[in-house]
Design a protein around this ligand. Structure first.
Ligand SMILES: Nc1ncnc2c1ncn2[C@@H]1O[C@H](COP(=O)(O)OP(=O)(O)OP(=O)(O)O)[C@@H](O)[C@H]1O
Ligand SMILES: [Mg+2]
Length: 432
């Protein structure tokens, strides 16, 4: 469950709001900005709702702090009479919206729903100024991937992109769009796991006014937003069975219905999906519809892990060292041959994402210097994780468990994935 933070000095407001959101969120409350700061330092929130005036303190400081966080939470301000200007100012700085006190709960709830639907922040894809995605690589495995993309992109076929975390599935999806006749139309990505289940359906298909409590007006869903373009459903393995049925219906009839609607709406949308779960296993275990699986898996593009294309490691490191040096106005560090050797042999469980983080860190910490073995994280030197080329996710996780003595936070950090994703994976392979 995503976390939501309520900051207000009045207890009854905190309690009322906490109750309103407890079904959909893991709710935290704070009675002062200081308390909020402490929570913001330790927990990751999807939404922060703060009062503006709390005694002498101002909710603006909470908003400021929140907006500085990487991939910052949705900020909503609660304002009393006379503080609207401040709220408008906050929105210019990136707050999502404000709501006047006394709070109308249904209004606030639908504001949060809307924000959650719009929230999906895709990682900035490596897109160059001419609009083409910048996928780097020259290994045989990478070239095969690019060939597949070029073959499939111009067609109307639904594509399923598979591969470990951080391998570049989102970039591939982008590339499929870019190389298709739809390139001038919208590419609409949605992160299925980021939305609470009940919001996914209405987010995708939209809803009619009055379809459920809080549906104050008709809303267009992302399917309609993507008309004539490409809809990218990331982490498709996460969608619930009712939404799976609606998706199947779209694939069979090219029509959707808004939630609470009766009119079928005909759409021309290309569907590209990605998953790092094994959907076949999900089907076997009854969590994913088999008929939908076959419809989605007309063409599968598997993105190889970095371990399966070791030739690409050093060029990618060099590329990202340059990128981050430029971004930070620093001089890129130089790789010593020993470090290059170690990086090539490393397992890269977090794939290109982990590699990017390595490069960014190296630029910041060692700008202009030569990177020696003593400058790099010990994880790169641990022999257990730098073996063979073709091992699967399960055995990699088994090794990580051994190496960290079962420390899951540490593994999540090393793999660069959220803890709940890690738990899901461990459960999947019965390693928990
Ligand atoms: N071939 C590549 N060249 C340059 N950058 C790449 C390449 N592949 C991936 N990246 C970068 O690596 C990061 C991770 O890629 P992306 O988000 O597409 O991975 P993903 O497979 O969708 O991961 P997840 O399953 O965790 O969502 C991004 O910053 C992306 O730009
Ligand atoms: Mg992704």
């Amino acid at each position: 469950m995503e976390r939501l933070l309520i900051v207000d000095d009045e207890k009854h407001t905190r309690d009322g709001l906490a109750q309103a959101f407890e079904d959909k969120f893991d709710v935290f409350t704070a009675s002062s900005p200081e308390e909020a700061f402490r929570l913001l330092d330790t927990e990751r929130f999807a939404v922060v709702i703060t009062d503006l005036r709390m005694g002498q303190a101002s909710g603006m400081s909470v908003i400021d702090k929140t907006l500085q966080l990487p991939n910052h939470p949705i900020c909503i301000l609660m304002t009393a009479y006379g503080t609207i200007e401040v709220a408008v100012e906050a929105m210019k700085h990136g707050a999502y919206d404000f709501i006047s006190k006394p709070i109308q709960l249904d209004q606030l709830e639908s504001m949060v729903d809307r924000a959650m639907i719009e929230r999906y922040h895709p990682e900035k894809p490596a897109v160059s100024s001419d609009g083409t995605s910048n996928m780097l690589g020259s290994s045989p495995a990478f070239n095969r991937l690019m060939q597949q993309i070029q073959l499939v992109a111009p067609t109307k076929t639904t594509v399923l992109i598979t591969g470990e975390t951080g391998t570049g599935k989102e970039l591939v999806a982008h590339q499929l769009h870019q190389l298709s006749v739809r390139a001038a139309e919208k590419f609409v990505p949605i992160h299925c796991a980021a939305l609470p289940v009940n919001l996914l359906e209405s987010g995708l298909f939209g809803y009619e006014r009055g379809a459920f409590t809080g549906a104050l007006q008709r809303r267009i869903g992302l399917f309609e937003t993507a008309q004539n373009g490409t809809l990218f459903l990331d982490e498709i393995g996460e969608i619930d069975l009712p939404t799976q049925i609606k998706l199947l219906r779209f694939l069979e009839t090219k029509t959707i219905e808004r939630v609470g609607g009766t009119q079928p709406i005909h759409l021309d949308v290309r569907l590209v999906c990605a998953t790092n779960r094994n959907l076949k296993t999900e089907v076997e275990q009854g969590r994913f519809r088999q008929d939908l699986y076959y419809r989605l898996n007309v063409v599968e593009i598997h993105v190889p892990s970095l371990r399966e294309r070791r030739e690409d490691i050093i060029p990618l490191v060099q590329h990202y060292l340059k990128v981050f040096a430029r971004e930070n106005h620093l001089k890129a560090p130089v790789l010593s041959p020993e470090v290059a050797g170690v990086l090539e042999g490393y397992l890269w469980p977090g794939n290109v994402r982990e590699l990017r983080n390595f490069a960014e860190n190296a630029v910041i910490m060692h700008a202009g210097n030569t990177l020696g073995l003593s400058d790099i994280n010990a994880k790169f030197l641990a022999p257990e994780v730098s073996i063979g080329c073709s091992q699967d996710e399960a055995s990699m996780l088994r090794q990580m468990l051994q190496k960290t003595n079962g420390n899951k936070s540490e593994i999540a950090r090393l793999l660069n994935i959220p803890r709940r994703t890690l738990y899901r994976k461990l459960q999947k392979y019965k390693l928990l």
